[in-house]
Design a protein around this ligand. Structure first.
Ligand code: ATP
Length: 401
């Protein structure tokens, strides 16, 4: 077993689908007929057909984890299904070496009328394991899934989370050479997800992993390579995880993060986040200094005491990245301007959205909340990309006698 051998090789793979069921049946019949006669199927798209995956090439070595990212319908699951042999590509070649464990669609691969126990043996056999090998691993699988009580119940009565638990436990505990994981993992509860990720870390060193997720923190945590799919095309691919995330989040449609003004007793009139050296654009460079500036105006005649500003930064997938709360002085009847200055933009690459709120008093009564008041992009030149925010720090080093 070589440490860096290529376990997945995908060369020019394409898959087309047809939007019309009736036509797709006709085309299917025609294709079968042609293949019996040894005639090549048409390479051009017929009416209602489209490329779900188009001319995709990549490889994954043992010890590598490739993350696939892309908008809904980009072709990620179709690609995984081709890797797992559930569907055949129309063009190109896929070479898989060793045993392949996969968790693709919820419940896919399970026979619903069979019990969990029977499904473990069925799936293990499909993966190429002997009965003795599955016997040896059976308790580990059931313990990992925490399904001891339900292992003799038909899978059709399992909850979504239970199916994911058992599916992941089978795919991962049998230690396949290739592990394919679709985002179904997200269905499991947070305890189980943590357990899965701990297990994936262990598996990665010995396997080639392909992982689909919409969660940027998840992808950046475990993947050393990313592939960005858009309308079936592999738009970006490689080890530059930060650059690919930056490209992807920058392309996110802005309307998903429309500005909302929920409470409006006091008005945040203007809000800027700018790089000190570039006060024009909305782009910060990792490590460079930047500032946040905003104006407050009073609506009505009320007098406010003990005001605070709360600034929350969310990444493009709605994860709360950080929060800043600060007391502010306020003079009624005037436009008040505030400026925060920061030494280093320690955010990793991507697009971020700011929610700004004004609070009053010890109990923090919200006077104004403006969601997605603005956004900013961060360019990252760091070689790695593992977290959303890097903590500024000072390191000391001494050599002891
Ligand atoms: N069996 C099928 N017949 C026809 N069209 C299909 C079939 N399976 C998938 N598609 C279409 O292929 C395209 C790619 O779908 P796919 O499920 O691979 O996307 P995805 O990137 O996994 O999306 P999501 O993030 O929503 O899971 C979509 O337009 C989908 O409607």
């Amino acid at each position: 077993m070589r440490n860096d051998e290529v376990l997945i090789k995908v060369e020019g793979v394409s898959k087309k689908f047809c939007k019309s069921l009736k036509r797709s049946l006709w085309y299917g019949l025609g294709d079968i007929f042609r293949s019996v006669l040894g005639i090549k199927n048409p390479e051009i798209l017929r009416k209602d057909e489209f490329w779900a995956v188009k001319d995709v090439s990549f490889e994954v070595r043992r010890g590598e984890c490739l993350g696939l990212i892309g908008h809904n319908g980009a072709g990620k699951s179709t690609l995984l299904k081709m890797l797992n042999g559930l569907i055949r590509p129309d063009e190109g070649r896929i070479e898989m070496r060793g045993k392949v464990g996969a968790l693709i669609e919820l419940g896919a691969g399970f026979n619903p009328v069979l019990t969990g126990r029977e499904n473990v043996y069925n799936n293990g056999a499909i993966l190429g394991f002997s009965k003795a090998e599955i016997d040896y691993k059976f308790d580990d699988i059931v313990n990992f899934a925490e399904m001891e009580e339900f292992v003799d119940m038909p899978v059709q009565n399992y909850s979504s989370g239970m199916k994911v638990r058992l599916g992941f436990a089978i795919a991962a505990q049998l230690e396949p050479d290739v592990l394919i994981l679709d985002e179904v993992l997200a269905v499991g509860d947070s305890d189980f997800r943590v357990k899965c990720f701990n297990h994936i870390y262990k598996v990665i060193s010995k396997s080639a992993v392909v992982f689909v997720s919409h969660s940027i923190p998840q992808l950046t945590r475990i993947c050393d390579k990313l592939g960005l799919l858009e309308k079936g095309n592999l738009l970006k691919y490689g080890n530059g995880v930060g650059d690919i995330i930056f490209y992807y989040t920058k392309a996110l449609k802005q309307e998903k993060h429309t500005k909302t003004n929920e409470i409006q007793n006091i008005l945040i009139k203007k809000f800027w986040i700018k790089e000190t050296d570039n006060p024009v654009g909305k782009e910060l460079t990792f490590g460079k200094s930047y500032f946040i500036q905003f104006e407050l105006d009073l609506c009505g005649k009320a007098i406010y005491n003990d005001l605070k500003i709360l600034i929350t930064v969310n990444d493009a997938t709605e994860n709360n990245v950080l929060q800043l709360i600060e007391n502010i002085e306020f003079t009624s009847g005037k436009l008040n301007l505030y400026k925060f200055e920061f030494q280093n933009a320690n955010f990793n690459a991507g697009r971020y959205f700011i929610t700004a709120s004004i609070l009053e008093g010890d109990k923090g009564k919200f006077l104004s909340v403006q969601r997605n008041i603005t956004f900013f992009d961060v360019k990252n030149y760091l070689p790695g990309y593992a977290s959303v925010f890097l903590i500024p720090h000072k390191i000391t080093h001494e050599i002891k006698k």
